[in-house]
Design a protein around this ligand. Sequence first.
Ligand SMILES: *[C@@H]1O[C@H](CO)[C@@H](O)[C@H](O)[C@H]1NC(C)=O
Ligand SMILES: *[C@@H]1O[C@H](CO)[C@@H](O)[C@H](O)[C@H]1NC(C)=O
Ligand SMILES: *[C@@H]1O[C@H](CO)[C@@H](O)[C@H](O)[C@H]1NC(C)=O
Ligand SMILES: *[C@@H]1O[C@H](CO)[C@@H](O)[C@H](O)[C@H]1NC(C)=O
Length: 409
Amino acid sequence: MIRWLLLILGLQLFIGFLLSRDVNAELTFEERVQEARRILSEVPLIDGHNDLALSLRETVKNRVQDFPFDKNVSEIEPFASLSRRTDLVKLRAGLVGGQFWSAFVPCSTQYKNTVSMTLEQIDVLRRLIQLYPNDLQLARNADDVMAAFSQGKIASLIGIEGGHSMDSSLAVLRTFYNEGVRYMTLNHVCNTPWSDNSKAEDGHGGQILESDGLSQWGEVVIKEMNRLGMMVDLSHTAYQTMLDALRVSRAPVIFSHSNARAVCNNTRNVPDDVLRNITQNGGIVMVTFVNKFLSCSNEANITHVVAHLNHIRDVAGADHIGIGGDYNGTPSLPDGLEDTSKYPFLFAELLKDSRWTEVDLKKLAGLNLIRTLRKVEEIRDLLSNEPPWDVRIPEQDIEAHLSCVSTWH
Ligand SMILES: *[C@@H]1O[C@H](CO)[C@@H](O)[C@H](O)[C@H]1NC(C)=O
Ligand SMILES: *[C@@H]1O[C@H](CO)[C@@H](O)[C@H](O)[C@H]1NC(C)=O
Ligand SMILES: *[C@@H]1O[C@H](CO)[C@@H](O)[C@H](O)[C@H]1NC(C)=O
Ligand SMILES: *[C@@H]1O[C@H](CO)[C@@H](O)[C@H](O)[C@H]1NC(C)=O
C-alpha cells in the first residue's frame, strides 16, 4: 500500500517537473503580456534605431513645439497619416527604456549640405529632449542610460545613419561625438568615398563596390571611432565592409537594424559567417521590423521576427542580439508590431518558448547593448593617451567630386 502511494507521489512529482519546464507555455496570452511587462519594467528596453527626427523634419520642418509628441498622434492629422508610429503615449505603453534616435539625412545630401543638415537633425533631437525633461534624458554613456531608466525616463541616445554625414572629415566626426552621437552607421543606401554599402554588393540600382569594402582611409575612420568611443554600426554596409570593419575595430561593433540572411536573403541582413564573427567580436545584431528584411516580401508578422531572433541566437548566441525596430523609417511593419507601443507583445510571444529564459529576455531587451556600450567605453579609455587621427582623405579618393569641394587649403 505504502509502496503504491510512494509510486503515485513520485509520478506526480515527475509530471509536475515536466510541466514546470514549460510553465510559460501554460500561461494565457494575458498572463504572458503581464510577464513581459514585468520584465521590461526591470531592465531598460533599448531600441537601436528610430527615425522620429526625420518625421519632425517632414511634418513640422523641425519646429518641435508644433509636434504633439505627448499625445497619441494616431488621433491627430496630419501626423496620423504621416508619422503615427512614435509618440510618448506609445513609447510609454511599449515600456521603452532607451532609444537610439537617428539623426539621418538622405544620400542625396552627399557632397552638398550634408553636415549642416545632419547638425540640424541632432539639434532637433536635443531640442525634443529638452522640451520633455520628465520623459526624455540625453544619454552619453551606459551609466547615463541606467540612471535615466532608474528615474523613469527614456534614455535618449543619438546615432548617425550613413558615413556621408561626416563629409570625409575626421574633425566633423569628432564634433558629432561632442554633440552626443554614439554610433555611426558607416553607410546608408550609397557608397561613401571610403566605405561600400549593401546595395553595391549585388549591383542594386547600378551601384558597384568602389573601395572593396573599406578603403585605407575608411580604416582610419574606424580607428578614430574606437578612440572616441563611438560605436561602429554595420547595418547597410556591404559584406566586404562588414569583414573589414570586424578586422580593424578593436571595439565591439553593432548592427543597429538588420536581420539574418539565412532566413531572408537580402543584402541588408547579416550572413552567418559574420554572425559567428560577431560572437568573437562581442557586439550585437539588433533585429529590425522592416517587412522586406523579415520575410523578403511586403507582409510579415511577429512569427517572422521570432524566426530571425532564434536564428541569430542559434548562430551568434543569446549574448549578441537586440532590437532595432526602425519605426518611422519604414512604411511596412509586421502585423502585431505596428508602432512603438507593441514591444511587450514580442516578448510575450518569446515567452511561449521555454528556451527564452527571463535572463535571455533581459539581455535581448537591453543588457546586451549596455554590455557592448561599456566595452566600447573601455576601449576608448584604453586609447585615451593616443592623439586624434589627423590624416586627410587622399585627394584621389574624392576626385570625382572635387567640383563640390572648396580647395582652400
Ligand atoms: C492611439 O490611438 C489609436 C487610434 O485611436 C488607438 O488605436 C491606439 O490604441 C492608441 N494607442 C495607445 C498606445 O494608446
Ligand atoms: C571571422 O571568423 C573566422 C573564423 O570563424 C576567422 O577565420 C576570421 O578571421 C574572422 N574574421 C574577422 C574579420 O574577424
Ligand atoms: C543569397 O543570394 C545570393 C545571390 O543569389 C547567393 O549567392 C547566396 O548564396 C544566397 N545566400 C543565402 C544565405 O542563401
Ligand atoms: C504569421 O504568418 C505566417 C504565414 O506567413 C503564419 O503561418 C503565422 O501563423 C503567422 N503568425 C501569427 C502570429 O499570426
